[in-house]
Design a protein around this ligand. Structure first.
Ligand code: ZN
Length: 418
């Protein structure tokens, strides 16, 4: 612990003020990426920054950066980031907490007159949610060279409006080239979006990394035919094997408590009551914190499908992998700093792996990175009911401050001065 603390009341009131922009009748927030509401939220954030003398810069994908100088201006900054966009009818904390806690760290340093060795910077990443434009985590992905800028600019929403047009509307097209900034280390405070911390009465989640994810299209193909004339024994009916296939998917997810298997979509073709379908398509999402364990889940599923031997009945089953996001491991030193920071302040904590995707996953490719989780009520997120208690917000921001100070070269409180 550094002996310094954030102003929890200021941070809480800012969270509530931000929630007024794009507020929904049921108490949530609706700020789709690059909408007028999202831009209004960014303007409010920038007004708070400018009020403290922090000048923002932005890049061509609309990522915002706000820097507080360090003693050594040439040193790469400690970057604290997250997002201000929300899901449709989303909550008040997802993403917003990370950005406003970052600003709270900068303001605390100002209030207390603390000089850091490296600069400390707050980043607001464009389109983290992926609700309006795909892919999700777009701004951080472009920043880290994962997505080409041109592809991201061309991504269009459901009504055909491309990202580029909205960026131009709000003036971001005149920004710097994305990725043209050094990052010394990256920190992100986020709500857990799951029930574990609350259930175990922990205040801080020490995030060691992110799950590996594989997406598949699973297709069962036979031959469609009229529901009446064709005798059952002569049909090539893929639906007959649907139950066996879904059982295999679920079995792969029940191998150990860290495994997850989800069938999100099931579609029959042509999808008519009196037609025996010629095809059934399923989406499969497999996850595990360990790459080898995920590989094992994949193997078990593929083998199980091969063993079903449906060819004898004229049904072909194909498992096609369409996406793989490797497991993410955060930086050991930063993880330890979160762990010891929480312990020094007396906050109960536990190690955990993030089940959801975050901007920090991309940033971990550029620099040492980690995340800090705080509990959210009933584990509910992407929902107007999303709620994190003020004391947990403050606790998370305090640990963020401790780790940021350590990373930025302020070790401990020495006789009241830094
Ligand atoms: Zn988020």
């Amino acid at each position: 612990m550094t002996g310094y603390s954030v102003d929890g009341t200021r941070l809480w009131s800012r969270l509530m003020d931000m929630a007024e922009i794009g507020s929904t009748t049921n108490g949530g927030s609706h700020r789709l990426s690059l909408s007028q509401d999202d831009e209004d939220g960014r303007e409010l954030f920038l007004a708070w920054c400018k009020n403290r003398g922090f000048a923002p810069v932005f890049d061509k994908i609309g990522n915002l950066f706000v820097r507080r100088a360090g003693r050594n201006p040439a040193a790469p900054p400690v970057v604290i980031g997250s997002h201000l966009d929300t899901q449709p009818n989303g909550g008040r904390f997802d993403g917003v907490l990370g950005v406003l806690a970052g600003l709270e760290v900068l303001e605390t340093l100002e209030d207390l007159g603390i000089a850091t060795e490296t600069p400390v910077e707050v980043a607001v990443w464009t389109n983290e949610e992926g609700a309006r434009f795909q892919p999700a985590m777009m701004g951080s992905g472009v920043h880290c060279g994962v997505h080409p800028l041109a592809e991201a600019l061309a991504a269009a929403d459901a009504s055909g409006v491309p990202v580029a047009r909205e960026l131009k509307r709000f003036g971001y097209d005149s920004g710097m080239e994305p990725g043209n900034r050094a990052t010394g280390s990256y920190l992100e405070l986020h709500i857990e979006q799951g029930p574990v911390l609350e259930q175990e009465e922990k205040t801080i989640g020490v995030v060691t990394g992110g799950q590996a994810i594989r997406w598949y299209t699973l297709t069962l193909s036979g031959e469609e035919t009229h529901a009446g004339p064709m005798p059952m024994a002569m049909r090539r009916d893929p639906v007959r094997h649907l139950a066996a296939v879904t059982e295999l998917v679920y079995r792969s997810g029940l191998t150990d408590p860290d495994a997850r298997a989800t069938i999100g979509k099931i579609e029959t073709l042509p999808g008519s009551i009196n037609v025996m379908p010629g095809q059934v398509c399923l989406s499969v999402d497999l996850r595990h914190p360990g790459e080898a364990a995920l590989e094992h889940m994949h193997g078990a599923l593929a083998e199980g499908i091969a063993r079903l031997n449906t060819a004898a009945e004229g049904v072909d089953i194909r498992l096609e992998q369409i996406w793989h996001s490797p497991a993410v491991s955060f930086d050991a030193q930063l993880i330890e700093a979160v762990r010891t920071g929480a312990a020094a302040r007396g906050y109960p904590s536990r190690d955990m792996v993030s089940g959801a995707g975050h901007d920090a996953f991309h940033l971990a490719k550029l620099a040492p990175a980690t995340m800090i989780f705080v509990p959210c009520r009933d584990g509910i997120s992407h929902n107007a009911r999303e709620y994190t208690a003020p004391e947990h917000v403050e606790a998370g921001a305090n640990v963020l401050l401790d780790v940021a100070l350590q990373a930025a070269g302020v070790r401990a409180l020495a006789g009241g001065t830094a």
